[in-house]
Ligand binder design. Structure first.
Ligand code: MTE
Ligand code: MO
Length: 377
């Protein structure tokens, strides 16, 4: 695994866990460009990084499809069969900014053993592949009972005292809307091994967990997958739930991330010397195909807000973040709290404090992002 990490990832990456390998870029590089360079895209793995010979590989389609099939990579790339699809998509882990929930409270043996992500477990790339809907159509379509597609990755990990593949499912409605891609190219390069080569799914507007890497099998099923990644991870519990009383069935399966944003510059506890205006930079994103419409920043903990000028937001793509920067007026000498919040195009906005949305799984940290800096004016 380390040979692949060293070959495909920037030396600037922060390695959160060694095995399985998990890493995110440092703050100063997260939003340096609106498209994340491949070596700086975060990596979330549950197990090892399989090294797959693309010429021996094929994708199996089975279950409740009318004509089960095996397709090679060249079958999928054959444009006379499947039109090429290209999209700019943000992949966000549901654990992004988990560190803020951990620092509020994470009991021993709770989900805190998961990667303690900061604001970098999100990245945006231009993906090339095909729409999964076209591939299903090529298999004669689905039987009436089929409502979900189970996606299986070739990597293995250890869960519930067993070794298993990474398996999760997506509702077929998502596929029908052409919002699930099968992808072999990332930012003009062959898909890196660490990001799922030879083929991965990209499920637009859903949490990263559904975008299965090292994809080798798609099975049409009638109910959401019973695999542990589907039924025992990526669940949202209410605030009374903890290790002592949680029941898997009480969790909501997390699909679309709510609107969220983060400040990438300046940094928490930084001393900022300025002449009445502080330059602030960051990202804003909303799941489900909603997009950031307005970003607002505050220099006084959220009493007064300044809208980031629209021209300072990066280009709008339906399934992608917008990076932004602005000059924030500030005449205070001393410690101040800078805050960001975003409004998406449905006018949803963010909870004000982390504690408003703390949950046992430590997922979906989407409250207004706050940092403290020492302002020297
Ligand atoms: N696919 C497989 N096969 N194994 C994994 O561990 N992790 C998922 C998803 N797909 C995972 C996977 C999770 S939780 C996330 S957030 C995204 O991959 C991260 O994609 P990336 O590593 O390309 O950034
Ligand atoms: Mo994730």
């Amino acid at each position: 695994s380390w040979a692949i990490v060293l070959k495909e990832k920037s030396l600037d990456m922060l390695h959160l866990l060694q095995f399985p390998y998990n890493g995110e870029p440092p703050k100063r590089l997260v939003t340096a460009q609106p498209i994340t360079p491949n070596p700086l895209h975060f990596v979330r793995n549950h197990g090892g990084i399989p090294s797959i010979d693309p010429s021996a590989w094929f994708l199996r389609l089975d279950g409740l499809v009318k004509e089960p099939k095996k397709l090679t990579l060249s079958d999928l790339k054959d444009e006379s069969r499947f039109p090429r699809m290209e999209r700019t998509v943000t992949i966000q882990c549901s654990g992004t900014r988990r560190i803020e929930q951990i620092s509020l409270y994470a009991g021993e043996g709770d989900e805190m053993i998961n990667a303690p992500w900061a604001e970098g477990a999100i990245g945006t790339a231009k993906y090339v592949g095909v729409s999964l809907k076209k591939v299903i159509k090529y298999c004669g379509g689905l039987m009436d009972e089929a409502k979900h597609l189970e996606l299986a990755g070739a990597d293995t990990y250890f869960k519930m005292k067993e070794v298993m593949n990474y398996v999760i499912s997506v509702p077929y409605s998502k596929v029908k809307a052409h919002e699930v891609m099968l992808v072999w190219e990332m930012n003009g390069e062959p898909l890196p091994k660490i990001h799922g080569a030879p083929l991965r799914a990209v499920v637009m507007g859903y949490i990263g967990a559904r975008s299965v890497k090292w994809l080798y099998r798609i099975t049409a099923i009638s109910e959401p997958s019973r695999a542990p990644v589907q039924s025992r991870e990526y669940l949202y519990f209410n605030q009374q739930v903890g290790k002592h009383n949680q029941k898997w069935i009480d969790g909501i399966q997390i699909q679309e991330m709510p609107v969220s944003s983060a400040i990438m510059s300046p940094w928490n506890k930084q001393v900022v010397i300025h002449e009445g205006q502080i330059e602030v930079k960051g990202w804003a994103y909303s799941g489900g195909g909603r997009w950031p419409e307005r970003v607002e920043v505050s220099a006084d903990g959220g009493f007064s807000w300044y809208a980031v000028p629209t021209e300072n937001l990066s280009l709008k793509h339906k399934f992608a973040w917008r990076t932004w920067h602005t000059w924030l007026p500030c005449d205070v000498e001393g410690w101040i709290e800078i805050v960001v919040r975003c409004w998406d195009n449905s006018l949803n906005t963010q909870p004000t404090q982390v504690r408003n949305a703390w949950n046992w799984g430590l997922h979906v940290t989407s409250s207004a992002h706050r940092i403290k800096i020492y302002s020297v004016n």
